[in-house]
Each structure stands twice: as structure tokens, then as C-alpha cells.
Write a protein that binds this ligand. Structure first.
Ligand SMILES: [Zn+2]
Length: 197
């Protein structure tokens, strides 16, 4: 294509853009009263609206009758791909998205109260649970590990926290507001996400 052809192509594209802008501006000009807004601005607004409409609606998160995240259930306990989970702040630890959001908020709010909350463990894969059960023994045998395939950690629904005495009492006073419950008597570090529904 020579320079003539390129120029012709550019002018064709220009005229298409102008046509689009005119089209886009028409509905706006019938409803606005003499704002004198340019068609370019209207077009930008139109484009923004179109993009906003096309982006996915906010995802809704629910639990099934067994208390398992509906969007994760099909993967299986401890078999959840990393990108289906959400990181807790910048900790590198991951949980089910609503749990990650709440824990991130909880840690930030605790910090405002001068309380430091560390994350030791969160989502745990099936293989990691097998290894943990070998090292710590199963609950059923007096140990500290859930049967692989049944741990709340395997659903990204529990976190193990590094808590000093002050942080432990802060958690006991405040964690429920974020949906976290201390639900294993022998494990004051283990907090399960049990949002009120
Ligand atoms: Zn735990």
C-alpha cells in the first residue's frame, strides 16, 4: 500500500470514528439541556458505560449445606488451585476470598489497636495435610491434625495465627465480628471462618 492508500485508510477510519461519536452523542443530547458537551466527551462516557456493563457483576460467595464454599466444592478439600483463592493482605497466605478479605481487615484493625497478628498457616493442600498428620498425629489419636481431606484448612476456611497474650485476648474479643471463631479447644491459634449467614 502506497502513501495514498494509507491516507485513504486513515481518512476512512476518521470518518467511522466521527460517525460513532455522532451516534453515541445522540441519546445524550435528547436528554441533556444545552450543556454544550462535545460529542467526544459523550463518546467517552458511552465507552465507559459499555465497558462497565460488560465487566462481570460482583461475584457472590455462598456456603453449601456442609458449610463448604460453593465455588470451591468441586475442586475437593486440599485440591483448590491457587488462583481460586485470595491472598491475605501481603502475607503470601491464601484463603477463600471472603475469609481473606475479612482477615486482612481484622489484621489492619488490630494493628490500629496496637496489636500484631501474624499468620502461620492458612490454606493447606491435601499433601501438606498428609505430612502434617504424620508429624503431629491425628485428632482422633490425640494429635493435632485433622484427617487429610477433612481439614478446614483444605477449604481455605481456617487460619493458624501467631498470637501473643495481648493478641489472643484481642482475637477473643473481636474476631467474631469478622466471622472468625476459635473452634478447636486445644488450638488457641486455630481460627475458623464461620460467617453468619
Ligand atoms: Zn489450624
Amino acid at each position: 500500500m502506497g502513501i495514498e492508500g494509507v491516507n485513504a485508510r486513515i481518512s476512512d477510519i476518521r470518518s467511522r470514528i466521527i460517525a460513532l461519536q455522532t451516534q453515541a452523542a445522540t441519546p445524550a443530547s435528547t436528554t441533556t439541556t444545552g450543556t454544550g458537551s462535545t460529542s467526544g466527551t459523550a463518546f467517552a462516557g458511552y465507552l465507559n458505560d459499555a465497558v462497565a456493563t460488560q465487566s462481570a457483576p460482583a461475584k457472590t460467595y455462598t456456603l453449601n449445606s456442609q458449610g463448604i464454599p460453593t465455588d470451591l466444592a468441586a475442586y475437593g478439600n486440599g485440591k483448590i488451585p491457587s488462583n481460586a483463592l485470595q491472598q491475605v493482605g501481603a502475607t503470601g497466605h491464601k484463603l477463600w476470598a471472603p475469609a481473606a478479605e475479612q482477615l486482612t481487615k481484622l489484621i489492619a484493625d488490630a494493628k490500629k489497636d496496637g496489636v500484631t497478628i501474624g499468620v502461620t498457616d492458612s490454606y493447606r493442600s491435601y499433601d501438606e495435610q498428609v505430612s502434617l498428620a504424620k508429624r503431629k498425629g491425628l485428632y482422633s489419636q490425640g494429635g493435632l491434625a485433622a484427617q487429610p481431606g477433612t481439614s478446614e484448612h483444605g477449604w481455605g476456611m481456617a487460619t493458624d495465627l501467631d498470637l501473643n497474650a495481648k493478641a489472643q485476648s484481642w482475637m477473643r474479643a473481636n474476631a467474631a465480628r469478622y466471622g472468625f471463631e476459635e473452634n478447636v479447644p486445644r488450638e488457641p491459634w486455630h481460627w475458623a471462618f464461620q460467617p453468619k449467614t
